[in-house]
Design a protein around this ligand. Structure first.
Ligand code: CMC
Length: 391
């Protein structure tokens, strides 16, 4: 009794204390464990950032080597995972496939289901960091009709992901440093973002003491939606639609402002950032660099820039403090890397994995209670049962 307040969308409700990610939406600041996102994107690699997020400190060389070696031991999946993957139609959305395969891993890794000690947690964490890139790469290879292959243990974490995704059978895979660099950066920028929809999902599922992999599978499903991670796919489809329509950005600006029209400018707006999204700033520059370095001229990039410029000068967007978010330019880089549009949100999941893990681990170590929001009941009061013949 005595419960009176609701907060739809938890716009003003804190769910936990956390020492992982600091975010100031007014100032456009994002820091992982106190390190600024700009510096990490420039100087760190993805695996270091994963270690930092999960364990709280940047690893020294020996710590990083051990972490990587432990992950590599688990860079293999049960052969039956291939059968499960093969059972999906080629048209299946990669996010549905990824969530299913992540769930399926629980069947083949029973020791990772009920974790209690920190050691159990560590083992579950290195397992999933080893296996998840395989699921991601294979989901894409399946989509492209390419045979499934493992990477190689002599490569860096991100290099290995690229090889697993792109190596053609009977051909040597030559690493392209431009791609390694671009993917490293994108994954770092997506690695954590405090209590967003998918992370809150991972924490709330994990709070029932369901295992790490089950909690992650739920997070993947949450990420899929176009209001969240699915926005990167939606942005590219929107830009392609505008291009097909003759590049008339003004028309789409009009649609986005029209309250009768459900169309939203995808990749714009954010629940927390109200001046700019620091990730979007970095990604915009990276998109330019990557396409230039790869020698790609993509008219979609010009449409995106044009749309951004118009929106930033438009009273509707200015008044509502709507700015490009992380998803506005990321898809343009993925496209330049030859990653299919339907895979974009899978790439986001790959980047967010360390954040989900870190938040899950923190929640468990802090012995947080089961997540269980309250409600205000607004339905019928007590009614007598009506027989079916009388309804
Ligand atoms: N286009 C047009 N109008 C918008 C947009 C947009 N993209 N975003 C917000 N608005 C309007 C909205 O209609 C509302 O107007 P009014 O006050 O007149 O009713 C006002 O701005 C506030 O929006 P809101 O929907 O109440 O804000 P929210 O905090 O609930 O939603 C959001 C945040 C990100 C879901 C929303 O801005 C949106 O749908 N953006 C497009 C999808 C997108 O890019 N999502 C990716 C988010 S960043 C990465 C991630 O989380 O994965």
């Amino acid at each position: 009794g005595g419960f009176t307040t609701i907060d739809p969308g938890y716009k003003n409700t804190g769910a936990c204390e956390s020492a992982i990610t600091f975010l100031d939406g007014e100032k456009g600041i994002l820091r992982y464990r106190g390190y600024s996102i700009e510096e990490l994107a420039e100087k760190a690699d993805f695996l270091e950032v994963a270690y930092l997020l999960i364990f709280g400190e940047l690893p020294n060389k020996a710590e990083l080597d051990k972490f990587h070696a432990d992950i590599k031991k688990h860079a293999v999946v049960d052969d039956d995972i291939k059968k499960i993957l093969d059972a999906f139609p080629k048209s299946a959305h990669p996010m549905g496939v990824l969530a299913s395969l992540t769930s399926a891993l629980t069947a083949f890794n029973p020791t990772s289901v009920n974790v209690e000690s920190e050691e159990d947690m560590y083992n579950a964490i290195v397992r999933i960091l080893g296996k998840f890139p395989i699921l991601v790469a294979w989901t894409m290879r399946k989509k492209k009709g390419m045979p499934l292959e493992y990477g190689s243990s002599s490569l860096g974490y991100v290099e290995n992901i690229l090889k697993m995704m792109f190596k053609h059978p009977n051909e040597d895979y030559v690493q392209n440093p431009i791609l390694v660099n671009a993917l490293d950066k994108l994954l770092i920028l997506h690695a954590d973002h405090e209590q967003n929809c998918s992370t809150s999902t991972v924490r709330i599922v994990g709070s029932s003491h369901a295992g790490l992999f089950a909690s992650l599978a739920a997070g993947i499903s949450a990420l899929w939606g176009p209001l969240h991670g699915g926005a990167n796919q939606a942005v590219l489809e929107m830009l392609e639609g505008i291009k097909k329509d003759g590049g008339d950005t003004k028309k789409y600006m009009g649609k986005a402002k029209d309250k009768e029209d459900p169309f939203r400018l995808m990749g714009f707006g954010h629940r927390v950032y109200k001046n700019f999204d620091p990730r979007a700033k970095i990604i915009k520059v990276a998109a330019d660099d990557v396409l230039t370095n790869l020698g790609i001229e993509d008219p979609i990039l010009d449409i995106a820039k044009g749309l951004e410029k118009e929106a930033l000068e438009d009273a509707y967007f200015v008044d509502r403090k709507l700015y490009p978010n992380v998803d506005f330019y990321s898809g343009i880089i993925y496209r330049g890397m030859d990653i299919p549009t339907e895979m974009f949100t899978v790439m986001f999941a790959l980047g967010r994995l360390p954040g989900w893990i870190a938040q899950w681990r923190e929640m468990r170590l802090r012995k947080e209670p089961i997540g269980r929001p309250r409600q205000l009941y607004i339905g019928e009061t007590h009614r007598p049962f009506k027989d079916i013949s009388k309804r």
